[in-house]
Design a protein around this ligand. Structure first.
Ligand SMILES: [Zn+2]
Length: 260
């Protein structure tokens, strides 16, 4: 049974938003997913999302995203470690997934899944990122995000939109590690998928074919994910260095002024 307690607002750290979007943009063929970490203000019913865990897809069905109990458990352990490290409450408070080439609105399956989580955690939240929505007239690539909970409707569960605020935040080390982990997870998925296929075949030509597909997939990861990630981090570093320089200049000026 879904509780009547609902979330009023979700505050999402800008870096977590960036990781989710980067993750969603890694593939236009399947839906990707992950878990959201942070803390919930139970009195005000406001969620503060400050970290996330990128999940490995075990089932590469185009329109199926399922989080296994093992993955939920691993994410909880990760949250506990972060809690100890940061010395503030940290737990799994939501999930996200992508909708490549389709609208941002949650499907009936999504609302059902969300409802199931809410029976365990009334303030659990779902985020959906709609990506690769090309408008051929405008030649633009739209990214949309929705934040929702399930609520009891007349005959079935319904979607209930939750206000989402993206808050700027400095890049935290644990989020940087999250971004850096993305290529490793993607490569592992390809290796697992390839090994599954290869175990079933004795045919040399088929094996060669599968090998070349694996190579292609790896090249795709490097050129479409790793390179842009490096460029992005490089640019962030330039910005940070510029900021350090201007702050140092300010300190110097202040010191000179106080000497006068
Ligand atoms: Zn969905």
């Amino acid at each position: 049974m879904i509780s009547e307690k609902h979330l009023k607002k979700v505050i999402l750290a800008a870096d977590v938003y960036a990781i989710c979007v980067q993750h969603a943009l890694t593939t236009e063929k399947q839906e990707i997913m992950g878990l959201l970490l942070g803390e919930v203000d139970e009195v005000e019913c406001i969620s503060h999302i400050t970290a996330c865990v990128i999940l490995h897809r075990s089932d590469k069905q185009p329109d199926r995203v399922e989080i296994s109990p093992e993955q939920l458990c691993t994410a909880s352990v990760h949250a506990e470690q972060l809690q100890a490290k940061l010395d503030r409450p940290m737990r799994v408070i939501g999930w996200y997934h992508s909708h490549p080439h389709i609208t941002v609105w949650p499907s009936h399956v999504d609302i059902g899944t969300q409802g199931m989580y809410q029976t365990m955690e009334p303030l659990f939240v779902g985020l959906i990122f709609s990506v690769f929505q090309n408008d051929s007239r405008l030649r633009t690539n739209q990214i949309q995000v929705t934040c929702f909970q399930a609520s009891r409707g007349v005959s079935q569960l319904e979607r209930r939109e939750v206000e989402l605020v993206i808050q700027s935040s400095p890049l935290q080390n644990y989020n940087l590690e999250g971004i850096a982990d993305l290529p490793r997870i993607l490569i592992q998925e390809e290796v697992d998928c390839h090994d599954d296929k290869d175990n079933n075949t004795q045919d040399e030509l088929a094996s060669l074919h599968n090998d070349s597909f694996k190579t292609l997939a790896m090249v795709h990861i490097v050129s479409k994910v790793v390179r842009p990630l490096c460029d992005d981090l490089g640019e962030r570093m330039t910005t940070v260095n510029q900021r350090i320089k201007s702050l140092e200049k300010m300190i110097k000026q202040l010191q000179e002024n106080s000497d006068d």
